[in-house]
Write a protein that binds this ligand. Structure first.
Ligand code: ZN
Ligand code: FE
Length: 254
């Protein structure tokens, strides 16, 4: 069983420490900053084996150089982003498997937010580290990809076991949920989820991780097949990708 520690940093970023107790190996996912990671490693007495980056944006790789210099860790990141990832050692892509001690993680390519975006799936622990591809009730903006690419990427995540926990990199849930309600106001599971989210956020508590099951029921970017949603945005009898693209455009303006 992995130990996962969530570190809130900057305005709404999460860094994740993943510790594999049998080998004692520790990884960090998307370190925006180095110091908060170093502080916890120090407190726990853990040694950092590797950094796992999902994509090249500064709020996901900002801590790479200092962490590598101070801990000697190895940096694993998207091969296709080699030139944009500071300190990269090992480039990985679709289907590659990396080991954290005895625990395997499979790499899934999810282009859309950026062209090289990847996510890390620890199937034995039901944990997905998905960077800025999938958020609680949302998905990443299309900076370097098309709606079709992002839709295809999300289909891969949709197909993971329903109990998979979603460790995304931003606390965007409340704003995402407000948008979700605007396009699917009569979805009872969405209404219930928003009540819980509002309660948690009023106490400044995290709403992440969620699960694939929760996202299937409430995330508009997983729900392009919902007839209520299609009707609400005037997109009946369109292809799933057309509906998805329109949801993304509406969210960009929300
Ligand atoms: Zn990003
Ligand atoms: Fe980000």
């Amino acid at each position: 069983m992995l130990t996962i520690i969530q570190i809130p940093v900057l305005i709404d970023n999460y860094i994740y420490l993943i510790h594999e107790p049998v080998s004692g190996e520790t990884a960090v996912v998307d370190p925006a900053l180095a110091q908060p990671v170093l502080d916890i490693l120090d407190k726990k007495g853990w040694r950092l084996a590797c950094i796992l980056n999902t994509h090249h944006h500064w709020d996901h790789v900002g801590g790479n150089p200092e962490l590598k210099q101070k801990t000697g860790c190895r940096i694993i990141a998207p091969q296709s982003d080699r030139d944009r990832i500071p300190g990269i050692d090992t480039g990985v892509g679709e289907g590659d498997v990396i080991m954290l001690g005895a625990c395997p993680a499979r790499v899934i390519a999810t282009p859309g937010h950026t062209s090289g975006h990847i996510v890390y799936h620890f199937a034995e622990d039901n944990a997905l580290f998905c960077g800025d591809t999938l958020f609680a009730m949302g998905c990443g903006r299309l900076f370097e990809g098309t709606a079709e690419q992002m839709w295809t990427s999300l289909q891969k995540l949709k197909a993971l076991p329903a109990s998979t926990r979603i460790y995304c990199t931003h606390e965007y849930t409340q704003t995402n949920g407000r948008f979700a309600l605007s396009v699917e106001p009569d979805n009872p599971q969405l209404q219930q989820r928003m009540e819980i989210v509002n309660q948690l956020r009023s106490k400044h508590l995290p709403t992440v991780p969620s699960t694939i099951e929760q996202e299937l029921a409430t995330n508009p970017f997983f729900r392009e097949n919902s007839l209520e949603l299609q009707a609400a945005i005037n997109m009946r009898n369109r292809t799933p990708i057309e509906v998805f693209a329109q949801i993304r455009r509406l969210k960009d303006k929300f």
